[in-house]
Structure formats: structure tokens, C-alpha cells
Design a protein around this ligand. Sequence first.
Ligand code: PMV
Length: 298
Amino acid sequence: MSGEAVGRAAGKAILLGEHAVVHGEPALAAALPIGVEAAARPAAGPLAVHVSSWDYRAAIGDGSEGGRALEALALSLGLEPRGVALEALAEVPPRAGLGSSAALAAAAARGLIALAGADPGEAKLFEAVQASERVFHGNPSGLDAAVALRGGLLRFRRGAEPLALEAAVPPLVICHSGEPGRTRLAVEAFARRLESSAEAKQRLARIGELVSAGEESLLGGDLVSLGRAINENHEQLAWFGVSTPALDRICSVARELGALGAKLTGGGAGGCAIALVEPQRRARLAAELAAAGVEVVR
Ligand code: PMV
């Protein structure tokens, strides 16, 4: 083993269906043009990772979640848990609901297997990213891992083969609420709420219907009805308690400024919201949101 090997993976935005996807409903997600690139190089000591733009370091055995996630990744890939250092460049912000941990795990896995000259196949790669995600999120649906590894626009249902949709990723403005996303906490809160009433179960099923309706709209090029599904999905997520006043505000401001739909994206309880807009209005909406004091990621 010598030299250097680089792995890449994409961040993602969930268009419809986060949280419900953990409980068996479908979800729609798009890979982002921003992601993570991880360079694996031989080094002394336990397997370690450094992400300079996140000011983040972890190593196997350091007692951190990141260290445990790295260990789970290496074990799952059948690789030695030592002798390699990963240096990652991340364009996607951490703890923002944009799939940063899955993108890092997928990029790291690709770098590690390329350096080792191994080819575990896509199913094993997915399992390895999931093993890492379990350390951070407890009960990941697999959506983030699937999009990070495959890219494109996916319809995902837990336990089933993801379906690549024959449509372009719709124009989105991604906005940060200024508060870190707390996926594990939000996933737990959503699950508790789901157990609380029959109404919660109806709302879960309604999110599934919105995903199917949104998929049809997307495939038919109908951004206006996709926007309606996105708006209602946000209201449903807010009912489940995973939005915040800052995310709600971004969504209202984006709609007032002419977005076709807006919702939180990813785990919520902080992190990002997405605003859907006609292609020719994307740049203007991004500028108007920024002028209204909203932090625009891209
Ligand atoms: O916050 P993120 O980017 O990790 O996205 C979480 C998406 C959820 O649906 C809330 C959880 C999952 O495992 O699908």
C-alpha cells in the first residue's frame, strides 16, 4: 500500500419525505453539486480523519463518535483499522441536514478501498456507510447513504432498491437557519410523536401521499404542484415538532418572495430549509433572501 487514493461523494437535499422515510414511507432526494472529497494516505497509528473546513478531527480509539464511526466503517469494509490517514475537503456544511456525515463516510470508504486496492461492491459500501451513520444517528433510513453513493435524483424506500428518477434536479435555494441541525434528537422526537396518537399515523401516511404526488409533479415538470406538496410537507413536519421558529421564518419569507414551495430539509431541529423556484428566478430569489437576512448556502 503506497501513494494516495481519493474518494468523492455528494451531499443531498431531501425534497419530500424526511423522517417519514425512517418509518417506511417513501422519500425523494437530490444529490447536491457540493460534497466531500477524502484523500487516503498511508500513515502511522490508528485510522484517522481530518476535515479542515469543519475544524474536525477523529481517530479510532479517541473516544469520540467520529472515532467509533470510522471504526464501524473500516470493520464493515473488512479493512485494517490502522495505518491510514484521511484528509477531507468538505464543501457541504456539517450538521445542516445536507447529509454531511454520509457524504464524509462514503468519500472516506471510497478513498480507503481504492488505497487498499479492494472492491467490496456497492451493497457492501452502502452497508459500511450505514454502519457509520448508525453511530451518529441511531436509526438511519439509508436515504443519505444511498444518495451520497449514487448521486442524482432518487426515490427511496427503506429496505428497497432506490429508484433513479428520469428528471432534472429542480431549482432550489438552500438556506441555513443559523442553528445546527440535530438529526438524532429530531428522529427520536418524531418517533415519540408518531406513537402518541392515531392522528400522527394519519399524518405519516399523508406525508407518503405527498411524496408520491410530488414525484408525479416532478416527472411531469409541474413545479407549481411540486411546490404545494413541499409546503404541506413542511406543515406536517412542523406538527411533528421537528421544525424551529427560524426554519418556519425562512419558509414564510421564501414564499412571500415568490418561492413555489419551502420546507425544512433533513433532520431539522435546526439546519437548513429548501425553497423551490422557477429556474429563471433562482438567482433573484437567492439574492432577495440574502437581503432579507437569510443565510443562503447555495
Ligand atoms: O439530517 P440529515 O442530513 O442526516 O438527514 C436526516 C434524514 C432523516 O429522514 C430525518 C433521517 C433518515 O435516516 O432518513
